[in-house]
Every structure is written in structure tokens, then in C-alpha cells.
Write a protein that binds this ligand. Structure first.
Ligand SMILES: Cc1ncc(COP(=O)(O)O)c(C=O)c1O
Length: 399
């Protein structure tokens, strides 16, 4: 067996299962599960209809690079969304089966194991795939704590030059899971300059990029930042996008990677061997989804209404604020209870499931930055989210 497998931690939901072992929540209260970031708004019907109309594609082996129709639809979306004039659908876009597999695969493609001390930088707290990808690529994860005192920024200047020299890949998550924070242009500038100096690849995970609150002010993207800073070859940058949250189709398994053509050429080679082509049926539905914005605006409206209603309810009881974007509230629990105890009591007494923040982070510089936080995914309907907020408040009032 690959010995690096033993380095992998149990996934947060496995930790949650263990935390709740032996608990019988009150049967009279309907369970409300806001722990997993699984979108539950209805998927647009036209996506299902396109899938059904494309079933002839089941008779074909798909190419790894994807159809020109899909790549063109994606590059047109990128140009519209980020005002990018220069995305070449043939060389700068690659469809992937959801960003999870691609975020894992990029580390396997990028990391050079023959260089001593290979390191991969991750935010902390973070989407768990980054760590597993680094470890299985033979690299050591380096965590940058995202703390409330700094507005959940990643302080890249805290990493010493000796460490940067060994860094081969940096994962950035903007909008962040779980903090919801969006990187500013000056932060991208700092990171691009570091990448030029130390020659590492930036993997920008932007799977929440379409969930924001003001239709007139979409969050800045990594490719957009590069473009604004005159880096129109997107050198050393690849950005990851998904239909899962944008279009409420996590089961479709569809996303794409875009950016540096040289990296994508190598990534295509890697993916040819990994054998992860996207079904032609899914490609057809994905092309249709990237071409439609009406359902995405409606999706945003549903989240906007929930954040507007739930955040003020919780704010007197938990440290909580509307994030820059995304669908999570990253909430500070009352100081009398740890995040795990808070989640356990909420489950035991109120049948509401949240994810303890410490499960999403690692100890770095003596701190687990998830301690004392819970992640509340506002994925359920408005009524369920309000009901959950009322039960959370009832627990807080008991403390
Ligand atoms: C930050 C982040 N990146 C990537 C993913 C993976 O999404 P998908 O594989 O559905 O595109 C998720 C899923 O929850 C996520 O939270």
C-alpha cells in the first residue's frame, strides 16, 4: 500500500459521525442539516432536459479535452463574467468532473517530488481536498491561519523566504470555504509577485464565485485580477470553477479549469492517463448551463434572502456577519462551549446539525483557527433555516 495513505485524516463528516455517536436527537423535532455544503435549491429544469436530449452521447467515448462547444461556452462565460478578452477555448480551458477531483489532480500534476522539501500552501481553515492532494503528491502542507482579527485574510508575508523557496503550489479559496472571504486585488498582486519570485503554481478555487449578494458587484476573480495587473497570459495561475453551487447540480459533476496554457497542457497529459473524461451527456448539459444566467440570478436571490433574514437573528447570540460571498455563515460560538460541544449539544437537544470549525482546520503556529467556530451552511429552505436559527438561539439562551 502507498504509505502516504496513512497520512490522510478522517474527512470532517467522518469526525462528525464519531462526535455524534450514541446521540439520540429529540424525535419530535424535525432534523435540520446545515453541516454539509450541498446545494438544495432546485436544479433548473432545462439542465435535466438537455441531459435527456443528449443521451445519444452515451454511445461515444469522450475526449479528455472536452467538446469545442463546451470549451467555447466556458470561455464565453469567463469573458462575460470577468471581462477577459483573451481566453482561448482550445488552450486555456479544460473541463473537469467537478472541482474536487481536479483540485486533487492538479497537485499530482504540478509537484516535482525530486525537489527536496516540496511544500504546498493552504489556507487554514480549508477545503479538505487540498491537504490530501498535497500529502499524496509527496509534499508537506504549509497552513496559513485565517483569523477573525485579520478579517480572515491569508498573510502571505508571514511565510519566510526559506519556506517559499520550497513551495511548489499554493491553494487559494476565494470566496473562501468556510470564511466566505474574497481576496482583494492587492492580495492577488502580492501572491503573483511571490509566484514570479519563487516560481510556484497558484490553484485558485473559485467554486463559490457565483454566490454573492449584490448582482451589480460580483466578487473579483483570480483571472480577472491577473488581467487587471497586466498578466494576460495568466502565468502560473489556474482557476477552478464549478456548476455544483452555481447551478445546484452537485450530482452532475461538472466544472472546469482555466488559466496558464502551459500548465493546462501538462494537466491535459496527466488527465489523459488518469482517465477522467466528462461524459458527452454531461458536457452538453454543462454547455447549456454556462450559457444561462437567469437561473443563477434566482439562485443568488434565494441565498441573499436567507442571509438577510438569518444573520440578524443570530447576531445577538453568535459572532456572525454576512460574508463577502458563498453560502456559509462562519459563526463564533459562545465562549462557554467549544465548537465540538456546541455542535454536540445542538444535535442532542435540538436536532440541528452544524460542522465544528476545528474539523475544517489544523493546528498551525500553536492555533487551530477553527476552534470556537461552527460552519452553518444556509442550504436548506428559508423556513428550515429560520427554524434552525431559532433552535440555535434557544441553546445559546440556556448557556
Ligand atoms: C471550496 C470548495 N472547493 C471545491 C468543492 C468541490 O465542489 P465540486 O467538486 O462539486 O465542484 C467544494 C465543495 O463543497 C468546496 O467547498
Amino acid at each position: 500500500m502507498n504509505p502516504d495513505l496513512s497520512l490522510l485524516q478522517p474527512y470532517p463528516f467522518e469526525k462528525l459521525r464519531r462526535l455524534f455517536e450514541g446521540i439520540t436527537p429529540p424525535a419530535a423535532l424535525k432534523p435540520i442539516r446545515l453541516s454539509i455544503g450541498e446545494p438544495r435549491h432546485p436544479a433548473p429544469t432545462f439542465i435535466g432536459e438537455t441531459l435527456a436530449a443528449s443521451l445519444a452521447g452515451l454511445a461515444l467515448y469522450p475526449g479528455t479535452q472536452g467538446t469545442p462547444e463546451l470549451r467555447t461556452a466556458i470561455s464565453a462565460w469567463l469573458s462575460r463574467r470577468y471581462a477577459l478578452p483573451t481566453i482561448d477555448p482550445a488552450r486555456q480551458v479544460l473541463p473537469v468532473n467537478g472541482t474536487r477531483e481536479a483540485l486533487f489532480a492538479i497537485a499530482q500534476c504540478v509537484v516535482d517530488r525530486s525537489r527536496a522539501g516540496a511544500k504546498v500552501v493552504c489556507p487554514n481553515p480549508f477545503y479538505q481536498i487540498y491537504e490530501g492532494a498535497a500529502l499524496l503528491a509527496g509534499a508537506e502542507p504549509v497552513f496559513i491561519n485565517n483569523l477573525p482579527a485579520d478579517g480572515f485574510t491569508s498573510d502571505f508575508s508571514a511565510i519566510p523566504p526559506a519556506t517559499w523557496r520550497e513551495v511548489q503550489l499554493v491553494y487559494v479559496c476565494s470566496p473562501g470555504n468556510p470564511t466566505g472571504r474574497v481576496l482583494r486585488l492587492d492580495e492577488w498582486k502580492t501572491l503573483f509577485e511571490l509566484s514570479d519570485r519563487y516560481d510556484f503554481v497558484i490553484a485558485a478555487d473559485e467554486c463559490y464565485a457565483e454566490l454573492y449578494f449584490d448582482d451589480a458587484a460580483p466578487p473579483l476573480g483570480a483571472l480577472e485580477a491577473a488581467q487587471q495587473l497586466g498578466r494576460d497570459d495568466y502565468r502560473n495561475l489556474v482557476a477552478f470553477f464549478s456548476l455544483s453551487k452555481r447551478s445546484n447540480v452537485p450530482g452532475l459533476r461538472s466544472g472546469f479549469v482555466a488559466g496558464d496554457a502551459g500548465i493546462l497542457q501538462n494537466f491535459l497529459l496527466y488527465r489523459t492517463y488518469q482517465g477522467c473524461q466528462m461524459s458527452p451527456v454531461v458536457q452538453a448539459a454543462s454547455a447549456a448551463a454556462w450559457q444561462d444566467e437567469a437561473h443563477v440570478r434566482e439562485n443568488r436571490r434565494l441565498y441573499r434572502d436567507k442571509f438577510a433574514r438569518i444573520t440578524p437573528l443570530l447576531a445577538p447570540h453568535l459572532g456572525v456577519a454576512v460574508p463577502d460571498a458563498g453560502f456559509y455563515l462562519w459563526a463564533q460560538t459562545p465562549s462557554t462551549l467549544s465548537d465540538t460541544d456546541f455542535a454536540r449539544r445542538l444535535q442532542t437537544e435540538y436536532n440541528v446539525t452544524l460542522l465544528p470549525g476545528s474539523f475544517l482546520a489544523r493546528e498551525a503556529n500553536g492555533i487551530n483557527p477553527g476552534n470556537g467556530f461552527v460552519r452553518i451552511a444556509l442550504v436548506d429552505g428559508m423556513d428550515e433555516c429560520v427554524e434552525a436559527a431559532e433552535r440555535i438561539i434557544a441553546l445559546c439562551q440556556k448557556l
